[in-house]
Ligand binder design. Structure first.
Ligand SMILES: NC(=O)C1=CN([C@@H]2O[C@H](COP(=O)(O)OP(=O)(O)OC[C@H]3O[C@@H](n4cnc5c(N)ncnc54)[C@H](OP(=O)(O)O)[C@@H]3O)[C@@H](O)[C@H]2O)C=CC1
Ligand SMILES: CC(C)(CO)C(=O)C(=O)O
Length: 308
């Protein structure tokens, strides 16, 4: 199967790199600077699951190549619209597109752009980032991709992707409830990125701070109420379960959004918290989602001013 990994960052570089290690036919669609870095240094993974230095195939937008069988999307949401234009030449009649972005609203955007039949649901769990040398650093051992047809069918292409991921050195599974699992991940990450960015801290100190756990629970409850409004299968009791799971994670765990803030990079606040506020029922108050969104909007404005 010919695979195009779009983006060679923390997520795409990691999972794409593991597929290359397995010997799969993977090309990375990257921008010029990243292409030069990959040509000079290779794709470097520094990971609790094992390091790697790999020679990889790259393409930049506009370079000719036949359509790919599978395109895996791993760009940040704020780059998605531009990326979709770059992608068009590589999408053929039989191409399948698997997005690994956090959030939910990109699914509709992808379906509108390429046709609903081409789009799978997908998500990933990994705590990774790109360092200033362009190396991928992975901090905690979890590395999992979950994917599936949005209608729940187990089709031939799902089984082909299962074979592709099998033995690649990370966990992968298909889900017949991928839309619900995407919502669950969206709830988890909106709360975690919201709290870690608002408090400028990893999760341990937040959960043990005065009122920290209480605020975390309240934010989760607001997010779950919006999710339930959109997707009634999301149980209203989910907030407590997610908070309970948070307590079993490493206290040093940070969201990728906080790591991006620490590096002075843009954040996906419109895609996460802004989207939740737009999807909420008109009479919902949601003070904590609004606090998070305001904090992140101020950060974004400061970033834009400092780059002028
Ligand atoms: N990092 C993590 O721990 C996790 C992240 N996620 C989600 O995964 C998604 C990707 O995040 P992450 O990998 O961290 O992001 P990164 O910023 O590390 O990587 C994204 C990459 O996309 C590249 N890119 C942007 N536009 C284009 C384009 N037009 N063509 C080719 N490449 C492009 C960027 O390249 P350039 O170098 O040129 O800017 C960048 O290297 C996000 O939605 C995030 O929320 C999900 C789970 C965990
Ligand atoms: C919390 C984590 C690391 C889990 O995959 C994540 O999705 C993110 O920080 O973007």
């Amino acid at each position: 199967m010919r695979v195009l990994m779009v983006g060679a960052g923390a997520v795409g570089g990691y999972f794409g790199g593991r597929l290359v290690e397995k010997g799969e036919d993977v090309t990375f669609l990257v921008r010029k600077k990243r292409q030069e870095q990959l040509e000079q240094n290779g794709l470097v993974i520094k990971s609790v699951n094992g390091n790697a230095e790999l020679k990889v195939k790259t393409l930049t937008a506009g370079q000719p190549a036949p359509a790919f069988d599978l395109i895996i999307l791993s760009v940040k949401a704020y780059h998605l619209t531009k990326t979709l234009n770059d992608l068009k030449p590589y999408v053929g009649e039989n191409t399948t597109i698997l997005p690994l972005l956090n959030g939910i609203i990109h699914i509709q955007q992808l379906q509108n752009e390429f046709g609903a039949e081409k789009i799978l649901g997908g998500l990933c769990f990994i705590e990774s980032t790109l360092n200033d040398k362009g190396e991928i650093e992975q901090y905690s051992p979890q590395h999992e991709i979950v994917y599936g047809e949005l209608n729940g069918d187990v089709t031939k292409r799902i089984l082909d992707i299962q074979a592709l991921f099998d033995g690649a050195g990370f966990d992968a599974r298909y889900s017949q409830k991928i839309r619900i699992e995407m919502w669950q991940k969206y709830i988890f990450i909106s709360a975690m990125s919201g709290m870690t960015c608002l408090m400028n801290s990893s999760i341990g100190p937040i959960l043990s701070a005065p009122y920290g756990k209480e605020m975390y629970q309240q934010l989760l409850e607001e997010i779950v109420s919006v999710a339930h409004h959109q997707e009634p299968e999301i149980p209203t009791t989910l907030a407590g379960k997610i908070l309970h799971n948070m307590e079993s994670l490493s206290p040093s765990m940070k969201s990728s959004m906080l790591r991006d803030m620490e590096k002075g990079k843009p954040v996906e606040s419109d895609h996460f918290h802004g989207a939740l506020l737009k999807m909420a029922p008109g009479d919902a108050r949601l003070p904590l989602i609004k606090a998070v969104y305001s904090r992140l909007s101020i950060y974004q404005q400061e970033l834009e001013k400092s780059s002028q």
